[in-house]
Design a protein around this ligand. Structure first.
Ligand code: CAA
Length: 380
């Protein structure tokens, strides 16, 4: 068993760390305050190849492994989880789904600009009445011969306003349950497709979250991904990898808060010495460091399994479940270590605490991860 990163993986991690410090950190508080999407920063991430990291270079990707993706997600998320969620959704849910399951013509038309960072993608599964219970899709894609007629509403869609390409999950044969669901590629600007107002959120406030409305949108048949009825499995297979990205995002939020708390504890004096010399603080730091290391190992293990074509459904859910709980616990403790300073925006930890919460909700709540894990451990 080798725990060392390759030289290339270390270089990629360092490049992401530098980018986060120089490009994401300035303005991160203001973007959060005013719910401003990091437009310029995302453009630069695209130019650097971070939006199509794992895609084959023949489709404009950087051809890197999932381990590198975890390292990048951790570094970006230490500073700005609103920017890193764009990286996660574009890479794992949109580019991966297209590269693995789309036709050559679809890859040519949609994957190439997404992997190059020229377009942003969105993954549209959640609905007002179908979040965790994802088989209960109410959005319909009626088969009309050469096209589908799409009707319905999607909720809480990341990149909802900024995306150009939307992967939309919809029901074609309601009597067939999950086997009657399709995944369609929808373009911004198609007639009947409207975007609702931006959501005013607790955390990741810079990210662009909207509801989407489809009213008699004609989607050509050639925009269906996979066989007729493959849509639910497409969503599940894609989310398996997506959960590694969100686990790494949670890891980054936790390690960002921990680094801030560690530095603060060395500087802040109470009762005649730095608070890091008080055992009450030392024990908190020890717990944070241990939990973060365990979360990191779960993320890297899931990534390694995926890179080696081994089953990773259980590993990715374990990584997401644990890392998101560590993100929540660590950020709460980081605020506590900062005392009153932790409660104001300039010290960053209150934002990280707010950002942590979504990692326990999106791409499957903690309860969904426990369902997936328990089904796996109870198999056979
Ligand atoms: N790979 C392949 N197939 C899978 C699968 C997987 N990982 N998981 C399930 N399936 C298949 C099953 O085998 C089954 O097919 P068969 O009947 O042919 O065997 C079918 O899918 C239905 O599976 P289940 O019976 O297990 O379905 P279920 O209704 O009991 O629930 C669930 C499954 C795991 C709870 C699923 O509904 C789920 O993951 N829910 C959460 C949805 C979610 O994560 N939403 C996130 C939204 S996206 C997002 O957040 C993006 C963002 O903006 C950041």
């Amino acid at each position: 068993m080798i725990f060392e990163l390759t030289e290339e993986q270390q270089m990629i991690r360092d490049a992401a760390r530098d980018f986060a410090q120089s490009e994401l950190k300035p303005g991160v508080i203001e973007r959060d305050e005013h719910q401003k999407f990091p437009t310029e920063q995302v453009k630069k991430l695209g130019e650097l190849g971070f939006l199509g990291m794992m895609v084959d270079p023949k489709y404009n990707g950087a051809g890197l492994d999932t381990v590198s993706y975890v390292l990048v997600m951790e570094e970006l998320s230490k500073i700005d989880a609103s920017a890193s969620v764009v990286v996660s959704v574009n890479n794992s849910l949109v580019c991966y789904g297209l590269e693995k399951y789309a036709t050559e013509a679809q890859k040519e038309k949609y994957l190439k600009p997404l992997a190059a960072g020229e377009h942003i993608g969105a993954f549209c599964l959640s609905e007002p009445e179908a979040g965790s219970d994802a088989t209960s899709q109410r959005t319909t894609a009626e088969d009309k011969g050469d096209h589908y007629l799409l009707n319905g509403t999607k909720n809480w869609i990341t990149n909802g306003g900024t995306a150009s390409t939307y992967l939309v999950i919809a029901q074609t044969y309601p009597d067939k349950g999950h086997r009657g669901i399709n995944a369609l590629i929808v373009e911004k600007g198609m007639e009947g497709f409207t975007i609702g107002p931006k959501e005013n959120k607790l955390g990741i406030r810079g990210s662009d979250t909207h509801s989407l409305m489809f009213s008699d949108v004609k989607v050509p048949k050639e925009n269906r991904i996979g066989e007729d009825g493959f849509g639910f499995k497409f969503a599940m297979k894609t989310l398996e990898g997506g959960r590694i990205g969100i686990a790494a995002q949670a890891l980054g939020i936790a390690s960002g808060a921990y680094e801030l708390a560690l530095n603060y504890a060395k500087e802040r004096q109470t009762f005649g010495k730095p608070i890091a010399e008080h055992q009450a603080i030392q024990f908190k730091l020890a717990d944070m460091a241990t939990q973060i290391e365990a979360a990191r190992l779960l993320c890297l293990k899931a990534a390694w399994l995926k890179d080696n074509d081994l089953p990773y459904v259980q590993a990715s859910s374990m990584a997401k479940l644990y890392a998101s709980e560590v993100a929540m616990n660590t950020t709460v403790e980081a605020v506590q270590i900062h005392g009153g300073y932790g409660f104001v925006k300039e010290y960053h930890v209150e934002r990280l605490m707010r950002d942590a919460k979504i990692t326990q909700i999106y791409e499957g709540t903690s309860e969904i991860q426990r369902m997936v894990i328990s089904r796996e451990v109870l198999k056979d």
